[in-house]
Write a protein that binds this ligand. Structure first.
Ligand code: ADP
Length: 662
């Protein structure tokens, strides 16, 4: 049923991030694509869906009781130490979300043996605050990974990520995966980027400080789960050390986001000083390795250590005395685990060994002895050593507890660092690539001057990418039909318009000379179905399923990108469908649409539909060769270039000539 809902909740263990929402069941796939989980649990008796085993995550069925409302509320309230969950912003009809959250938490408690202390709240995920991008669109636009190899490199995120910390990198991925639709929130981000862009030395200073910070989020997760070591605590201290500098750089800046960040970079001076005075310059990863508490921090530890060291000095003196008394010049004191300290005498001096030496071991060239005096000192040394070690472990527990006590404050710091990192990264890419601040409004318009594809602009050799304009408005045309031959740049162009819109709504500058962007509520991209073949559906069926989804869910505020509709069926079927779909988009939906097609017959629609505008890719014929200029110009193409492309592909000339005749 179209009104059927599903509750879903997702947790990120390393970050302690925990969100839940109630969605229409048919949106589940898109939500999963946005979140990109590693593991998915579901109610074992839920018959409404079957796990898609080709998905890149593991599915684990869970018992129905763990999804029950009562037990979910109870486990959540207990985790957050609250009496009810209303404060987290859940609505009365959000029960499915809470049940899912309870199930996730129960699962984590069972599988993660450590504590889950860093899970301090549950965020209500209201989809309505975000630009909606379905799973197919995400794939086609190559937002976080490429279609071909699935790698991050070559994707939009791969190109724009100039963050300095893993926290920033993760948050940037979130921003790109879920751009905003509220103009004020977008402008708040852009204001901050603008300020950081205008001040290169501020940017450089902030970046160099950020590079010295550690992954606070991960560190806090380890501290919360009790899996922490001295080096982790030291990294917390070093991260705190950079904060006063960052704060001073941001002080008095007017953009609201920068002011917010400044006020959340709590330097926690007490904790920082405590950690710094306690921890040695070089700290081991695990506490059991010992020797990480600085001399002078704890007098009891210092005394024990001195005693241990003093005992060792005594042994050295003892060795010297025994040498003199026995006249054995190479007598030495050794140590092993089996019988502790011993005296070793080589066979050549065996006759000089005095009565009171007690023989313990005979080796090939020597014998080993102990004496009561030696044993007595040995006990002292070992006892002191042992006590020093347990004292050090106790001190470590205290430091860990002190840090744990700052957990929520430090989590705020981590969030602020991440956001600062993302904003600086956006300013940096804008500076490096000469991007502009987009102007956002709530109209149904799109005006891009000399726009560039954000990825190709970076990957093609400097100056090779040909910029293109785009104008969409009720006057200039809401549906742009772009005709032109294969390989002329149609897909690149329509994707670039979608990506520029997406970047702008994420709060980023955009690759263009100027851009005016009416905020879109959804972006749909139906682009080449070749990648769907592996998913076991016929290409044409997939194409139609996606197109149906667009026609059923796009609104007048959406941006729709269509690349070649109807290619997977016969020419007349395909052309007829493309024709009817264009009419529907024009008459019923009225959204901004870019439709790239090789059906040049469609250009006739411009005559009957007032808001359709024809554009095509300029080319020039030169020495009987067609050269694509990759420039999008007004007007429709009047011919197909199939035969030309066939020649480029190496079809024998005789076949080409014959094709021309036919
Ligand atoms: P089509 O969709 O028309 O078949 P594509 O968009 O796939 O064409 O582009 C074909 C090739 O042309 C791309 O691989 C790209 O390298 C190049 N190209 C496309 N647009 C431009 C441009 N504006 N400037 C420079 N090269 C471009």
């Amino acid at each position: 049923r179209p009104d059927e809902v599903v509750g879903s909740a997702w947790a990120e263990l390393s970050r302690g991030r925990f969100e839940a929402g109630t969605f229409a069941l048919h949106r589940l796939e898109d939500e999963l694509a946005r979140i990109g989980p590693a593991d998915v649990i579901y109610r074992e008796d839920d018959v409404r869906f079957t796990p898609d085993t080709t998905a890149p995550w593991a599915w684990t069925p869970r018992p129905a009781w763990s999804f029950a409302e009562d037990s979910s509320r109870e486990v959540l309230c207990k985790q957050f130490s609250v009496h009810n969950l209303e404060g987290f912003g859940f609505e009365a009809d959000d029960v499915p979300a809470l049940r899912a959250a309870g199930a996730v938490l129960t699962y984590l408690q069972e599988t993660q043996r450590g504590e889950l202390d860093h899970f301090r709240s549950l965020t209500a995920h209201h989809r309505s605050g975000f630009l909606q991008i379905d799973a197919a669109t995400r794939r086609s636009l190559e937002i976080t990974r490429t279609l071909r190899s699935g790698s991050r490199e070559g994707s939009l995120l791969g190109v724009i990520d100039l963050t300095c910390t893993p926290m920033g990198s993760r948050l940037l991925a979130d921003w790109i995966a879920a751009p905003l639709i509220d103009r004020q929130s977008i402008d708040d981000r852009l204001d901050a980027v603008q300020e950081l862009l205008a001040d290169p030395s501020l940017r450089a200073d902030v970046r160099s400080t950020l590079k010295q910070t550690f992954d606070l989020t991960r560190l806090l997760a380890r501290i919360a789960t009790g899996r922490t070591g001295p080096r982790d605590l030291q990294q917390v201290a070093r991260t705190l050390e950079g904060l006063p500098k960052l704060k001073s750089k941001l002080e008095g800046r007017s953009p609201a986001r920068l002011a917010w960040i400044e006020s959340h970079l709590h330097p926690c001076p007490q904790l920082r000083d405590q950690l710094n005075s306690a921890l040695a310059d070089e700290c081991p990863v695990v506490a059991a390795d010992g020797n990480f508490i600085r001399e002078g921090y704890d007098s009891e530890l210092d005394q024990l250590r001195q005693l241990a060291r003093g005992g060792k000095e005594w042994i050295a003196a003892y060795q010297k005395r025994q040498m003199d008394e026995t006249g054995i010049p190479n007598l030495k004191v050794g140590y092993n685990k089996v019988f502790g300290y011993y005296l070793e005498v080589t066979n050549s001096h065996r006759d000089k060994v005095p009565q009171e030496f007690i023989r313990k071991q005979t080796l090939k060239n020597c014998e080993r002895f102990i004496t009561p005096e030696l044993k007595e000192y040995e006990e002292k040394v070992l006892a002191a050593d042992e006590k020093a070690q347990s004292r050090e472990q106790l001190l470590f527990q205290q430091l860990r507890a002190a840090t744990h006590g700052h957990l929520s404050t430090l989590q705020e710091v981590a969030v602020a660092i991440a956001e600062l990192d993302v904003l600086v990264s956006l300013a940096e890419i804008a500076a490096q690539r000469n991007w502009v601040r987009p102007e956002l409004n709530d109209e149904s318009v799109l005006r891009i001057d000399a726009g560039r594809h954000p990825v190709l602009d970076v990957t093609l050799p400097q100056g090779e990418f040909v910029p293109n304009d785009c104008v969409q408005s009720p006057e200039a045309g809401m549906i742009l039909l772009i005709t032109g031959p294969n390989m002329s740049g149609k897909s690149t162009y329509i994707r670039q318009v979608a990506l520029i819109t997406l970047l702008a709504q994420a709060g980023s500058y955009v690759p263009a000379e100027a851009a005016e962007i009416g905020i879109a509520d959804r972006i749909f991209a139906r682009v080449g179905a070749s990648d769907e073949l592996s998913r076991g559906q016929s290409t044409f069926m997939v194409e139609m399923v996606e197109t149906a989804r667009i026609l059923n869910t796009a609104t007048s505020r959406s941006l729709v990108i269509l690349d070649e509709i109807g290619r997977g069926t016969s020419t007349y079927d395909g052309l007829s469908l493309a024709w009817a779909i264009t009419e529907h988009l024009h008459e019923q939906i009225g959204c901004r649409t870019l439709f790239a097609t090789h059906y040049h017959e469609l250009t006739q629609l411009e005559e009957s539909l007032p808001r359709v505008a024809n554009w095509n890719v300029a080319d020039k014929e030169w020495n009987d060769e067609v050269v694509f200029l990759h420039r999008i110009v007004r007007g429709g193409a009047d011919k197909s270039y199939g035969i030309h492309v066939a020649r480029l592909a190496g079809i024998p000339p005789s076949v080409n000539e014959r094709a021309k005749d036919v």
